[in-house]
Ligand binder design. Structure first.
Ligand code: SAH
Length: 268
């Protein structure tokens, strides 16, 4: 393996990764360069890495030689490991004295069930450390040239998930309150229900012409950015054939792309 493929962790007084600890790390939205230095340090120490589907395989390549990598992913619509099984596996490995790295896409506490995993681990007396990651709803949009806040457009931004706990239809969200109170909405796991979500926002008073961006595979070489409107987004998603993972951003910040698209990312 080349030096390029195994980045060095710079010298610093990094925290210890003791045996029996579960270190929960956010891997970022895709671009391996967005992994934090703490994340890389943890990765170079871990005996076993339990990762989600959205973690870039390149990042897994950076693990210590001989370290195990186990997939424990959950993707909407596909068979996936039960959350209880994942937590039980983390407990089992930690109690066996492993240094366990739990690597999750984006930030582990943003729609990632990291909170549930930490609760289960602490209940089982397993020590835990958490290192945040760049969340797709902020960092992914930045790669699409969309600032989630801008002084001239919004002092509020709302992050929401398009799935409820049962994984169907729109969640129990107060669309009226959000439509009135939040000029910018950033939606995770919302592609499948974009038609219903857009309809609810229009019903709740948002303008049909309001700009919407759908960003798929954000920060990766195959990133696509579709600029559309609330009225047309559902049809445009079907027409362009865009597929998950996608972040959907509603609000005036989307129009700023004309000036802030530093990557010159192509239209979907
Ligand atoms: N913890 C993650 C989110 C997990 S939920 C985070 O902080 O980013 C999974 C959802 O995140 C996906 O359905 C999608 O909505 C979003 N997502 C994650 N990575 C993405 C990417 N590279 N591009 C677009 N959306 C992404």
């Amino acid at each position: 393996m080349t030096d390029h493929a195994k980045p060095e962790v710079p010298a610093f007084d990094w925290p210890e990764f003791p045996a029996g600890l579960v270190w929960l790390v956010g891997a970022g939205p895709g671009d391996p360069g967005l992994l934090s230095l703490l994340g890389l340090h943890a990765l170079r120490q871990a005996d076993v890495v339990i990762h989600d589907a959205l973690v870039n395989p390149q990042i897994l390549e950076w693990r210590k030689q001989g370290a195990q990598a186990e997939y424990a992913g959950k993707r909407g619509g596909r068979p996936s490991a039960d959350q209880r099984d994942i937590s039980a596996r983390l407990v089992e490995l930690a109690k066996a004295g492993k240094r366990v790295l739990r690597l999750k896409g984006g930030d582990p506490f943003v729609f990632g069930r990291g909170g549930e995993e930490v609760q289960t681990l602490l209940d089982a007396d397993v020590p835990v450390r958490v290192t945040p990651g760049v969340s797709a709803g902020i960092g992914g949009l930045a790669y699409a040239g969309i600032p989630v806040t801008h002084r001239l457009t919004n002092q509020v931004v709302t992050f929401l998930t398009g799935h409820d706990l049962k994984n169907d239809t729109t969640p129990s969200i107060d669309w009226q309150a959000i439509a009135r109170g939040s000029p910018v909405l950033v939606m995770y796991m919302a592609l499948r229900h974009i038609d219903r979500i857009a309809a609810r926002l229009i019903e709740a008073g948002r303008a049909k012409e309001e700009p919407v961006a759908v960003v798929t595979n954000a920060t990766l070489p195959n990133m696509k950015v579709l600029e559309t409107t609330l009225a047309t987004c559902a049809a445009d998603v079907v027409e362009t054939g865009l597929t998950a993972p996608a972040i959907i951003c509603v609000g005036k910040v989307v129009s700023l792309r004309a000036m802030t698209d530093w990557l010159g990312s192509s239209e979907g």
